[in-house]
Design a protein around this ligand. Sequence first.
Ligand code: SAM
Length: 303
Amino acid sequence: MRRVANDLTSVRLALYEATSRLSTIEEDRLARIEAEVLLCHQMQITRAQLYTRLDDIISDDQADGYAALIERRLRHEPLAYITHNKEFYGLNFYVDPRVLIPRPETEHLVEKALEWLRQQKEPEQGWLIVDVGTGSAAIAATLAVHLPRATVVGIDASSEALEVARINCIRHGVARRVTLRQGDLLDTAAERFDVIVANLPYVTEDDMIALSPDIRGYEPLEALDGGKDGLDLYRRLLHEAPRHLRENGSLLAEIGLGQGEAMLELARKSFPDAAIGLIEDYNGIDRIVTIENRPLIAPHECR
Ligand SMILES: C[S@@+](CC[C@H](N)C(=O)[O-])C[C@H]1O[C@@H](n2cnc3c(N)ncnc32)[C@H](O)[C@@H]1O
């Protein structure tokens, strides 16, 4: 960090310089936000506190620490890995390169799962939910926080991801109701669940090559790679799911751009009698496949 004439740097100047450097990799508005977030992280203060301290002088140690954080971000390390924090559905999750950084699209999956559950009658023992490919436990822990009687099973193939999931379940006070298991999809599950939620890897072979440097260089590729058409994992999950979804239960899965029709077909094969649908995200892209395991009313039963 460059010093002013008397060799001292104010918060305001440090932010100005960092923003200008970060704008080489980000649009200006984001560069400013990232500069602020990183300075707050360095100084261990909130953004509200930062605005009241714009004219404070930063110590040499703080300035050097901040410069190192900016360098990391300039090398495309994601902000969330640098600060070890990602906000998801109003909760702060610990993240590091052992897990995918939870995405805003996935908040929509949580919202839809909660919406569906609130329309159903909760069993006396509470809901039994499984989150397949739990990663940081963003989905599993958030559901457990919002459904205080639910039991959630979070499954992941990666033991390292499960270490992070555990940190988050403890952080959010749900470790006793979220069981974390290492496994390949549902192979370790003997239960039938009320809800199966999944945000499994769905990036296609072609898109894996074109990933941005922030993702390709830092995030776990096994959390993204969905094979040639992106649906390798979902193909297997939908094959296994009928044995693990209760009658009147629901499966909700997040998918990628252009995968809606193929997923509908897979869903119909596995659940020929279920009500199956697609939900668009805020950009109008089919993002969630829903399967309600509810036998359709036969035509002669309609009046
Ligand atoms: C796209 S990430 C989603 C993480 C988290 N659920 C979220 O929404 O942020 C997919 C996760 O699935 C896990 N995974 C990949 N293959 C798996 C498999 N065969 N069985 C279980 N989990 C798997 C990855 O380790 C990764 O944590």
